[in-house]
Design a binder for this molecule. Sequence first.
Ligand code: FES
Ligand SMILES: [Fe+2]
Length: 438
Amino acid sequence: MLSAQDNEALTRVGPGTPMGELLRRYWHPVAPVSEVREKRIVPVRILGEDLVLFTAGPDRLGLISRRCAHRNVDLSVCSWIDDGSLRCAYHGWAYDAEGRCAQQPFDGASGDDRFREKIRVDAYPTRSIGGLAWAYLGSGEPPSLPDFEPYGWRRGFTEISVTVLPCNWFQCHENGVDPVHFEWLHTNWSSVQRGPHDRSYGPAHLAVDFDEFEFGFICGRELAPGNTNMRPLSRSNSVSEGGILCVWPYTLVTGQTIEWRVPVDDEHTLNITRQYSVLPDDQPPVSLDPGSIPYWYGPLTDPVNGRVITSHTLNQDFAAWVAQGAVARRDREHLGRSDAGIIRLRRRYLQEMDRVARGADPPGVVRGPGDSVQVELPIYMKSWFANGVSPEKFRQLHARIKGTSQASDGYFSVQAGRPEHVRRLFAAAAGVPAEAAH
Ligand code: FES
Ligand SMILES: [Fe+2]
């Protein structure tokens, strides 16, 4: 159980709050690069701030306040890109990527620039890496952007799925240090959903353990024998073996996925998942052009019956987090032995908020050399992801999951809702006819 005061501290993200200040020391993913290239103007809400992201040049993004300084029109709705600026469609004021008012057509016609020069909206630095556009909302010099190892893997098909969840980000992040949930929320609940003819529970967790490394936490667990789909990790050396990684400030890294729980505000989270499906190694390596990584928005609820979708792994996580309430009541919990990782995670965030308040950088913030720094991660079975699999192994993997609810489009996905055009891109990358995916 946590005090209501500590619960507030862990969950509030606005400017000036302890967690808001900690989070503002990191870069945040705000949109897939392919989405920005397609739409050119994308609304962003992050850490309680309403912003608009726009293409200011061939390799340049702008991220500025969402509201026009003239009469508060939402620039993500009423604007167009004009010579590298974002021009408000209402009366034509234009803003550059630094948030300066570059033009005021009517007032500027007098030749007097003094009014225009006084106008300035908030603007934040942006960069791109890993197929995502990133923003820095803090003060001072931005740190380097972590270039996580999986961004360079070329033997898998990468897609980015996005879902906004009506709950606080921290309960989503806590899930990353909660290995027992795999057994119940994923294995056993999936089995139950398949029906009474197939109701077999997975192997039980016998023990859980946690280590901390430079960029976050690693979960170790010991399972009852009997299921090769699960990952039996040694408890004594989980960092060197690799495992499921819970990375500062809100990222889960499994190898197959990188999942960011970006705080939209105190009661909403932008879940961005970069899913990497390993390919047969006789296929050409995939392009690393970030614009070639397809994106899609995955639904939280079934459009037909309105219920929260629970068929896929990530949707089961969504269901649990949303079901904890808009902000989980940690002052009403009863934590047990399985929650050792969660207790440790909370303690570390509370400690780091204090350190940040005294001027220190929190863990995982790296400063130079360069705008980005390569970061190796202790990912379990890393070479498998990096090198691809034999065509025979690929066929076996997909034959095994075909027909299950998690492969509703013919191929496994961690999340429900993969659109047809992305399924076809996957089939092409895997060297199989698109029709074979069904
Ligand atoms: S409201 Fe934007 S120019 Fe008037
Ligand atoms: Fe999960």
